[in-house]
Design a binder for this molecule. Structure first.
Ligand SMILES: Cc1cc2nc3c(=O)[nH]c(=O)nc-3n(C[C@H](O)[C@H](O)[C@H](O)COP(=O)(O)O)c2cc1C
Length: 451
């Protein structure tokens, strides 16, 4: 039952601009919009990476507009475009359970799955932003959002699996044959949603789309342990990562699922140099950017408004009275998990200055790999071997070419990354079974037998 795969799952963000060497201002011919995405998707596929990940901010993000005005933000349309110019790599679309409707999300992801030949993933998020553009203009509490997310996801899975495997088959002459007895109405009436009919998208492959998740509070982890098959998480060091990994795997097992039916993929940013010092210089280049510190201050305001840096200069030590308690951070509404992480960054080092704190946030609280190709490969190997992760979500950094051309071969030598794609679908390539997702295929989402 879904044994731990013996190599790393690697899922880059779809945005080429996150890598310095792929940015138009770094010596490559300027190209716009989708051409850049296509180019990067094909490079990622040539490197045999698992899937391209599209996050979603659900609104106007001043930071991205300034750094990447060409960025294509809407995940589904971009992923559909990339599906038609790639053959193997997966396509993971973030779609909010707080602002969207399950029938809509189920048919959109199922259609992407169809047009990509089984390569779709859904990143189910409860969202930390978007309420001013969607819905009732207020963001529910985390508990309310996860309550809705639970029902939402049950309905989506039921819709996908409402078409049993074999409901659609083909005769030798290519004629399609539908067996209506194997297509089930949804008949869901719940607290948040009423969905009656079956999905209007045929199931062309038996493998269902893969459910990703991003959200790391207690509620978030419980949600992941029930539905998630791959998790994008911010764990900036081994201590955070091991603790998170053990906790989530224990909860998965507690739900009657095999612990390896869920892949934990921390975010990572990668800076590679010929020497360690050169790699650090590359990493520190970002601090010279106009507006770096201002942007990071805004990030703190958004993610952890209880941390008040107003009126403090960059080289001021952050006074103790400005540091909120963990309880205050736990009461946050948007992203409890990120607030706690920022809190740890301030408190784990004595007399931290505003500058040091803001620089620590380069990468947004995710892991940083800074060093020679061998050092970076060793870090990947160590995290995997000590069970701090099952792979990584790659959030860019210095040079993608160096990562693909110098780090991946070292990992390949260690047997930690694939030579070739193993299967046709994202699920097969991630080595995941779908037993816990299937409703009509015998087992329910809890891992218990369906009635
Ligand atoms: C690493 C990570 C990535 C996330 N990415 C997104 C995203 O792209 N879009 C979104 O709407 N929410 C995203 N979220 C927000 C979560 O869905 C969730 O609403 C929020 O983090 C609050 O839950 P938490 O405290 O459990 O993390 C992300 C959360 C984490 C931790």
């Amino acid at each position: 039952m879904a044994p731990r795969r013996n190599y790393l799952a690697l899922v880059p963000f779809a945005e080429p601009n996150l890598w310095h060497d792929l940015r138009a201002d770094h010596g490559i011919t300027p190209r716009t919009g989708i051409a850049r995405y296509i180019d990067f998707a094909q490079q990622a596929e040539a490197a045999r990476l698992d899937a391209l990940f599209k996050a979603d901010f659900l609104g106007f993000d001043k930071f991205h507009i300034r750094h990447d005005p060409d960025m294509l933000t809407e995940p589904l349309a971009v992923s559909a475009a990339l599906a038609s110019v790639t053959r193997h790599i997966g396509l993971v679309v973030t779609a909010s359970t707080s602002f969207f409707e399950p029938y809509n999300v189920a048919r959109q992801i199922a259609t992407l799955h169809y047009v990509s030949g089984g390569r779709a993933g859904w990143n189910a998020v409860t969202s930390y932003n978007g309420e001013v553009n969607f819905g009732p203009a207020t963001l529910g509490t985390p508990a309310e959002r996860y309550d809705r997310a639970t029902e939402f996801t049950e309905v989506v899975v039921k819709l996908w699996d409402g078409w049993e495997p074999g409901a659609l088959s083909y005769l030798a002459d290519g004629t399609s044959v539908v067996d209506p007895a194997r297509i089930h109405d949804t008949n869901h009436v719940g607290t948040h949603f009423s969905v009656e009919q079956a999905l209007d998208v045929s199931r062309i492959v038996e493998d269902l789309p893969v459910v990703f998740q991003a959200g790391a509070s207690e509620d978030g982890i419980r949600f992941a342990a029930r539905f998630g098959e791959a998790i994008f998480v911010a764990t900036p060091d081994l201590a955070h990562a091991r603790e998170y990994y053990d906790q989530v795997k224990r909860l998965v097992a507690g739900n009657g699922r095999h612990p390896d039916s869920l892949r934990v993929l921390p975010g990572i940013r990668i800076f590679i140099g010929d020497t360690e010092q050169e790699a650090w210089e590359l990493y520190r280049d970002a601090f010279k950017d106009d507006g770096f510190y201002e942007d990071r201050r805004k990030f703190v305001k958004r993610e952890a408004p209880a941390i008040d840096l107003d009126g403090l200069d960059l080289d001021d030590v952050i006074p103790l009275e400005r540091i909120p308690s963990r309880d205050t951070m736990l009461a946050a509404r948007r992203r409890v998990s990120r607030g706690l992480l920022l809190h740890d960054f301030i408190t784990e080092r004595e007399n931290i200055t505003v500058r040091q704190f803001l620089e620590r946030l380069h990468g947004g609280g995710h892991l940083l790999a800074i060093g020679t190709p061998r050092q970076v490969a060793d870090l990947f190997a160590e995290w995997f071997t000590v069970r701090a992760c099952d792979g990584f979500t790659l959030q860019g950094g210095g040079s993608f070419a160096r990562f693909a051309g110098e780090v991946l071969p070292l990992l390949r030598e260690k047997g930690l990354v694939r030579e070739e794609y193993e299967g046709e679908t994202l699920r097969a390539n991630l080595g995941l079974e779908q037993y816990h997702l299937a409703v009509h295929g015998k087992l329910a989402v809890h891992g218990k037998e369906a009635p």
